[in-house]
Ligand binder design. Structure first.
Ligand SMILES: Nc1ncnc2c1ncn2[C@@H]1O[C@H](COP(=O)(O)OP(=O)(O)OP(=O)(O)O)[C@@H](O)[C@H]1O
Ligand SMILES: O=P(O)(O)O[C@@H]1O[C@H]([C@H](O)CO)[C@@H](O)[C@H](O)[C@@H]1O
Length: 162
C-alpha cells in the first residue's frame, strides 16, 4: 500500500540516513498540493530525476490555512498525503505543521532541494542550508496555465451557487 510512504518526521530522518549510508542522492521538495494538478505531477516527476529518492514535505491543513488563507485547503491533509504517496516518483511523504519546511530540511539534509520556478532560488526556504552542506538547489519550469487557485476559480465560475 502506498499509504506506507507517509512517514513521521523521525521515520523520514531514519530513512534519509539509511539512503545516504547506501550512497543514494536524496531529493527534497515541499508544498501544499491542494487539488493536485498537471503542474504538480510534471514538476515532481522531474524533481525525482535529480537524484535517487524523493521525499516530499507536505504542509498540514493548519499550515496551509496560515499560508493560503482560512478557506484553504479544500482537500484535507490525509487526502493530500495519500494522493502524493500514490505517485510512483514520490518515495516518501512527511507532513509538517510549521509555516516553512526549514526544520524538516535541516533534519533530512537533502542533496537536492527543488521547487517550481515560481520561486527564485534566493527565496527558497532551506536553499542556504542545502548549499552550505554541499547540495544543489534546482527550480523546474512551471507548466503554464495550471494552479490550484486557477482551478478553484474555474470551479466557482462553473458552479456559482457553490
Ligand atoms: N503549473 C505548475 N507547474 C509546475 N510546478 C508547479 C505549478 N504550480 C505549482 N507548482 C509547484 O508545485 C509545488 C506546490 O505548489 P502549490 O501547492 O502552491 O501549487 P499551486 O498550484 O501554486 O497552488 P496555489 O494556487 O494554491 O498557490 C511548488 O513547488 C510549486 O513550485
Ligand atoms: O505549495 P507552495 O506554496 O509552493 O509551498 C510553500 O513553499 C514554501 C517555499 O518552500 C518557500 O521557499 C514553504 O515555505 C511553505 O511552507 C509551502 O510549503
Amino acid at each position: 500500500m502506498t499509504e506506507s510512504k507517509i512517514l513521521s518526521r523521525d521515520q523520514a530522518v531514519a530513512l534519509a540516513e539509511q539512503w545516504h549510508a547506501e550512497g543514494q542522492q536524496l531529493v527534497f521538495t515541499n508544498g501544499c498540493f491542494d487539488i493536485l494538478h498537471l503542474g504538480h505531477v510534471d514538476y515532481l516527476e522531474k524533481a525525482r530525476q535529480f537524484g535517487d529518492k524523493l521525499i516530499l514535505g507536505l504542509n498540514t491543513d493548519a499550515s496551509v490555512s496560515c499560508i493560503k488563507g482560512p478557506l484553504r485547503p479544500v482537500v484535507n491533509e490525509y487526502a493530500r498525503a495519500r494522493l502524493m504517496a500514490s505517485l510512483a516518483f514520490v518515495d516518501a511523504v512527511v507532513l509538517f505543521g510549521e509555516s516553512t519546511p526549514l526544520d524538516l530540511i535541516q533534519a533530512l539534509k537533502p542533496d537536492v532541494l527543488v521547487k517550481g520556478d515560481d520561486y527564485a532560488v534566493s527565496a527558497i526556504v532551506g536553499a542556504d542550508f542545502v548549499l552550505e552542506n554541499g547540495g544543489r538547489v534546482q527550480t523546474i519550469p512551471l507548466v503554464a496555465g495550471y494552479s490550484t487557485t486557477a482551478l478553484i476559480g474555474k470551479i466557482r465560475h462553473a458552479y456559482p451557487e457553490g
